[in-house]
Design a binder for this molecule. Sequence first.
Ligand SMILES: NC(=O)c1ccc[n+]([C@@H]2O[C@H](COP(=O)([O-])OP(=O)(O)OC[C@H]3O[C@@H](n4cnc5c(N)ncnc54)[C@H](O)[C@@H]3O)[C@@H](O)[C@H]2O)c1
Length: 249
Amino acid sequence: MTAKRVVVITGAASGIGKATALKFASKGDIVVVADYNEATGVSTVNEIEKAGGEAIFVKTDVSKYEEVQSLVETAVNKFGSIDVMFNNAGIGSSSGILEQNIDIYERTVAVNQHGVAYGIMAAGSKMKELGVKGVIVNTASVFGYLASPGTFAYHAAKGAVVMMTKSAALELARYGIRVVAVAPGMVDTPIIQGYKDMGMLESMKSKSMARKLLDPEQVADAVYLLSLPEASAINGSVVMADEGYASFK
Ligand SMILES: NC(=O)c1ccc[n+]([C@@H]2O[C@H](COP(=O)([O-])OP(=O)(O)OC[C@H]3O[C@@H](n4cnc5c(N)ncnc54)[C@H](O)[C@@H]3O)[C@@H](O)[C@H]2O)c1
């Protein structure tokens, strides 16, 4: 790829988002690192710059539409375009239905579902306005397909991401904008610390064909591949980046 693309990544201060930010930057793209954690977000930018890449940090809470809109505006004002939007920020959630923890339910849906919706809306309308045939990638999850006990709100939100990806792809196809998603399996990032603390590490490893957790870089590679023009036939799809989790019992 010759021209530098402007790539906005939410949740880029940690885990999958950070690995993806480093990946795109290493390929010469300009990365807009968005996260609500300023300290770790700035560290991602510092790492990119140290490696010779170009990035800025924009503090953003994806559960607030005005902040996501402002993130997209900032990217375009500073770099003149938005070519890739990776709606990835998310939080874990551990509350079952019968616990009726409405705060956890609402916060999980606000970040993991509405945050993705806002990213699609803000980036989609800006790409259309600029005539950019961009790519929007969302982070779904195997939990958008497969139920696991005690994470009702997380399933609700990730199931929505799967369907929003298809719906947005259909609406934006006429502008040449592709919308796809990755559905990671068990990835070794801070979000799964709670499971590790509950002694579930071995069980989580057993969900992959290789019997190990995925590295965030493996998911970042999948996101990067989906963003390329060579992936032009892939639209509205949710690609499993799960090392087989959803393919066997
Ligand atoms: N790790 C896994 O096993 C796994 C599996 C499937 C899907 N996912 C999804 O991958 C995505 C990234 O998670 P991760 O594993 O890298 O976790 P992580 O905790 O390492 O990273 C999540 C990042 O999102 C940021 N964030 C959280 N809420 C935010 C908000 N409201 N606004 C802006 N930023 C916010 C956090 O500060 C953090 O930097 C999430 O959507 C998660 O649901 C993770």
